[in-house]
Design a protein around this ligand. Sequence first.
Ligand code: FES
Length: 176
Amino acid sequence: MYSKKVMEHFLNPRNKGKLENADAVGRVGNPICGDVMYIYIKVEDNKIVDIGWETMGCAAAIATSSMVSELAKGKSLEDAMKIEKKDIADALEGLPPIKMHCSNLASEGLHKAIKNYLNREKIIEKFKEVVGEEDAKALYMLGISDLKELKDVTLEEIANIISKEGLEKLRKYFKK
Ligand code: FES
């Protein structure tokens, strides 16, 4: 059974939704259950000043997204990198053992958003090997970190965020 705290965060999630002016995004998926999570961060002076998330997943995935956002908001990037799945589960007063992997998704999503933020230039440079600069920046905001991950994103998902020309280049590059 879920703790009261999990239920409370599931029913009243904090910081839910896409952050339109985010500086970085972390996109993570769980291959076992197929759930997907996006963590958006806004960074100023090395601190997470705002955070948002979108999660397509179970009740525990929603509650852990909500809790990780509360734990990370206001923290320095360095301290936010130290938030682990156990911290999230503890703050939620525990998760059923078979749901522990859901909190893994939340900490991974946060860590990935931070790493993407720190590696922004490198990631955009990599995408520029395939598409133009504006499209490369748009792809960076998908929350992915390299061309290998980009290969696994469907063209439908990308179609509305990059130019037609960029889409064609991707199609050729990945032979999709
Ligand atoms: S069952 Fe997939 S994240 Fe919880």
